[in-house]
Design a protein around this ligand. Sequence first.
Ligand code: DDH
Length: 288
Amino acid sequence: GAEKVKAPFVARFENYQQIYDAIAKRLEEHDSYDDGSYGPVLLRLAWHASGTYDKLTNTGGSNGATMRFAPEGDHGANSGLKAARDFLEPVKEAFPWITYSDLWILGGVCAIQEMQGPKIPYRAGRSDRDLSFCTPDGRLPDASKDRSHIRAIFGRMGFGDREMVALSGAHALGRCHTDRSGYTGPWTFSPTTMTNDYFKLLVEEKWQYKKWNGPKQFEDVKTKTLMMLPTDMEIVKDKSFRKYTELYAKDNDAFFKDFSDAVVTLFELGVPFVQPEDQRWTFKSSFD
Ligand code: DDH
């Protein structure tokens, strides 16, 4: 008689939407972390997994999830990201078929959408690789540096000025921690909601050096509660960057559109996908 062959499990959109929903649920349940959300640190994990990409050697990027291993996990720039990796561990246990590298990026997508940001279309297909794929230290930006450093780091990934400014708008979210980067404070008054406030504040507020024992950073003159990194100030001081900063300060829709496009590119750098570009998935948010 005909033999029944069990079809192998091939994950589809619905399976990834289930994981999205599980992450969104955990975000809602664990609301006493930092300013009330793991969202910002989840986004930072996805960005630091991706931002190691080097287009010349086609190394680094989100494929591999090599930050799991000491050489890369211990890089100064990745300080504090264990909180995000640990947050996602129960999700990995519940859905063991997803790779860490796909999960970390899905975490970033979920964080942006759940914090009321734009939709971030997603492709699956990253594989986990061993520690021999860890990238050398120094591929992520150093906040104490200037515009030429920003252009060197993001240019190495393949980005232009407009995308660099759009991506910087992620600093509407989250905060600096003295025990992680050495810097302190949030960039905006609503660090768990995605807005264009980062650009508005850069353009509209007056900024001065903060007087303290820590690294050189800026504070707003009016309330002294918000912060900007030296690299953030370059986004408004450099003429070419400023053009886009002013655009995004005036036009939140333009910011959301450009941010989404640039983040999709960022999250896919160096990944050999099978799923075609025109068949990305867009996940439903918990409030859709
Ligand atoms: Fe960032 N970022 N980032 N950043 N980032 C920090 C926090 C967060 C730089 C430095 C820092 C991007 C670009 C840059 C987020 C997202 C993104 C902190 C503080 C430093 C320092 C870390 C800590 O103390 O906990 C620099 C420099 C740059 C640059 O462009 C030159 C980009 C492109 C993104 C992105 O997501 C696309 C987020 C979110 C946080 C908040 C994390 C948290 O825990 O809160």
